[in-house]
Design a binder for this molecule. Structure first.
Ligand SMILES: [Zn+2]
Length: 100
């Protein structure tokens, strides 16, 4: 039997099943979906930077995460035909030339 190493004991509070990707501030405040740190619309600029750094090359996972947030936000904010929300959650992603 091997001892299980504890994962640094970080407790992540969950909001409606969405776990903040990391504890570093700039978490969304629901149901307003504003940033808990700088009060801007979430995802705020610093958070976007964080997400890009965090997910790095794993853009697919980032999209999944943002998609879940978008779905939750659309529900919370009662926005139908959430084009503006989609733009808000995905429009900021830098487009990168395809790598081969
Ligand atoms: Zn923020």
């Amino acid at each position: 039997m091997t001892g299980v190493t504890d994962r640094s004991g970080v407790t992540v509070a969950e909001t409606d099943g969405i776990a903040p990707s990391r504890v570093g501030g700039h978490a969304p405040v629901t149901p307003e979906w504003t940033c808990g740190t700088c009060d801007a619309e979430w995802p705020c600029e610093p958070k976007r930077e964080q997400l890009l750094t965090e997910y790095g090359t794993d853009r697919a996972m980032l999209s999944v995460y943002l998609g879940a947030c978008l779905a939750a936000a659309a529900e919370d904010l009662h926005i139908s035909g959430a084009t503006s929300l989609q733009d808000r959650f995905f429009g900021w992603l830098p487009r990168r030339p395809k790598q081969h």
